[in-house]
Design a protein around this ligand. Sequence first.
Ligand SMILES: [Zn+2]
Length: 338
Amino acid sequence: MNGHRYLRDPKYCQQWLFLPEYPGLLIVMGYSMRCFYSPEFYLDLPSDHPYPMQKFRISKDMLLERGTVRPEDIVEVRPAATHVLERAHTPAYLQKIYSGQLDRKEQIQLGFPLTPQLYTRSALEVEATRLACEAALQDGAAVVLAGGTHHAFREHGEGYCVFNDIAVAIRSLQVKRPGIKVMVVDTDAHQGNGTNSLLDNDPNVFTYSIHVGRNDPVRKVKGSMDVETVRYVEGEMYLKQLFSTLAAAMDVFSPDLVIWIAGADNHRNDQLGQMMLTVKDIQRRDEVILGAMLRNRIPIALLYGGGYNRQPEYTAKLHRNTVVTAKRILGEVQGLVS
Ligand SMILES: [Zn+2]
């Protein structure tokens, strides 16, 4: 293979093989979809805690085993810097998390025990989302193998969300690219109340959320478009509501980038989601959202969001399925079949 070189097209994320003996020929070898990850997404929790913390590692391993993602596509991240986190959070709140000084009520609201790892873990997720947005703008699609901490507010955390990775990522994009238009598509079963509060009144941001009306969070915050489903909504009705309203959102806002909080807690066996979607329904959701964005050349950053099946493997599988669909549709759009 002497003299053979692999080249990467930065615009279309294809990998080409260049053979010096055939200078006029470039062979398309595949394409990459970068996945942002850290082994430190894992946080030690009490054994009876409902959060399936192992899902991050398990889903990453499943994607590698299946060959959906190559080892070189997994990008290990470092924690976001303090000044980056301050784009959405107050220094006082960051200090509170750093020093573990939440009162009992605040701890219950957050849902995670205050350990020395909590600050770093949360800052890692933020950085992963920030980098995935940049990667999506380059490659068409990129994934955070975690992320979607949409219940985090400027000065407090709720529902397992410490820092708001979506809001920090958008504020960071705006620093580099003033005027960039970002749409948040939140299909996690719960409303992105923290995201809505942090991004309120920004004409360059559109927040779309479809969620169960009568479920947590109890205190919802109005976004650009909120779609409430009934409790225990079945797949057919959910998908109908999703497709018609998301199309309406796309009619009024043309994004340069979509940040999608996919959510695996819509599945019928989830402990917290209160939706009745099957694996097939979730796949249909994924195909339509990814197809609508990628076929229209709208870059998309995919974040996991929630997923609380009693079996961490099962939730990991649901997240994996979404990434597999993303890779397949990205390939189809690029003219390659994975
Ligand atoms: Zn959720």
